[in-house]
Design a protein around this ligand. Sequence first.
Ligand code: PNS
Length: 167
Amino acid sequence: MSKKIAVVPGSFDPITKGHLDIIQRSSELFDEIHVSVLNNSKKTGFFTIEERLALIEEAVQHLPNVKVDYFSGLLVNYCERVGAKQIVRGLRAVSDFEYEMQLTSMNKKLNDDIETLYMMTNNQYSFISSSMVKEVAKYGGDVSSIVPKNVEHALKEKYKYILSSDN
Ligand code: PNS
């Protein structure tokens, strides 16, 4: 029988404990998970693609069936390339719904064989977003309960570097 492969796509700028919760729970449902970072040439992120990949790699090293990768262009084309028939997305609140519905409908139009599954984010993490994490970290707030240790460290280093090059 062929492997059941799912893609957990996103910007992951940076990965949070909310993302990790979805990745971990998905890894129990599928044979293989590809955590895939969108490499958007038009939008430079806070962390580079290489930094994001390295942070994710470290954060998922305890999950043997999780691979970390990046993609450019359409998500469904990437899914076809890696043989994934499912996309898994986390849903935090009703406010996520409209965007997610558009994304899913478009992906379904592009490839009807690929299903998108939604997983409710654990209540503990339902208020977290990568942008909020960056804002809190920027002003020295404590993000230790909402991001993995390596991300907390990377945020501190990045802001230290930005502040020192501003002067
Ligand atoms: O973490 P995000 O930013 O909510 O993730 C969004 C992502 C990367 C899943 C979405 O932007 C995406 O799949 N982009 C690739 C282009 C694409 O296939 N778009 C869907 C059809 S418009």
